[in-house]
Design a protein around this ligand. Sequence first.
Ligand SMILES: [Zn+2]
Length: 292
Amino acid sequence: MRKLILMYHSVDGKNEPAVAGSFPLPMERFVAQIEGARQKGWDFAPLSQLGRQVERDTLYVTGDDGTVDWARNVLPWCEEQEIPTHTAIITGPWLEKPIYPTAHRLQILLSMPGRELPIPELSKGEIEYIDKAYYYETDPRRRYLKGACNLIFDFEKSQSLLGGVSDDEFLFLRRRFAAPKEYKGYEYAEFGVHTVSHRAMDKDVNRYMDEEISPCLSKLMQHGLRLSSYFTLPMRPRYGATVRDLIDPLKKIGFVGVLDGPGVWDQSDFVIPRIDCMQVETVLDLEGSETA
Ligand SMILES: [Zn+2]
């Protein structure tokens, strides 16, 4: 039987407009994907049951980052439809002194008029690495800012490139991530670790476990959310690092898999690729893919 894990982020809908600077999927298209898959005979199961045998081809719906548009448009609808979801949560925004992900700050800043961010200086090797990772960003300013912030610079250096959080940026940031209480009361929703700050992993795996993964897990437990044992890698690993370095440390504290990268899962690897939401109609051979 086939098992496909679907990956979503921002979803634009009537309950909540898409968050600033994101590349949202319209809710109508999300609904059409789920209903289309159902009509084609696909089952849906919670990600926490990914390792179990299935009797029919099965889909696992996952959404990253826990932005308010995902939480308010998708989760209630899926609950009503009894479609299990898995939300990978960043806990930095929940801290008393919030930590906001660089990637999200950048999305907001690039969408705000009048904020001309400088293109950073990069070596030839770094540029090549960025070109590979962000080939789909055709605007060089977007590509190299994203590349430098997300893949090359450490958290401090990238935050200093972006400068301090201005009042208007703060307004966007504060309302961007759903609060813990918004995740309560669901029967079909489960949640997983997506780090504290959403920074990319580097070669210092122990530090990454201690600063990003364990505290995120504790925070989710503290709020009593229904947890999966799957970690969702937030960004491509930094230059020189690989997701495989995380396998043993993750296993040691009880994780059973890490979601990372695009593709079809071979049903055995600890590293689990997903189908991007923009590819769902094509991969599942659904009607109307060209008009969606
Ligand atoms: Zn993410």
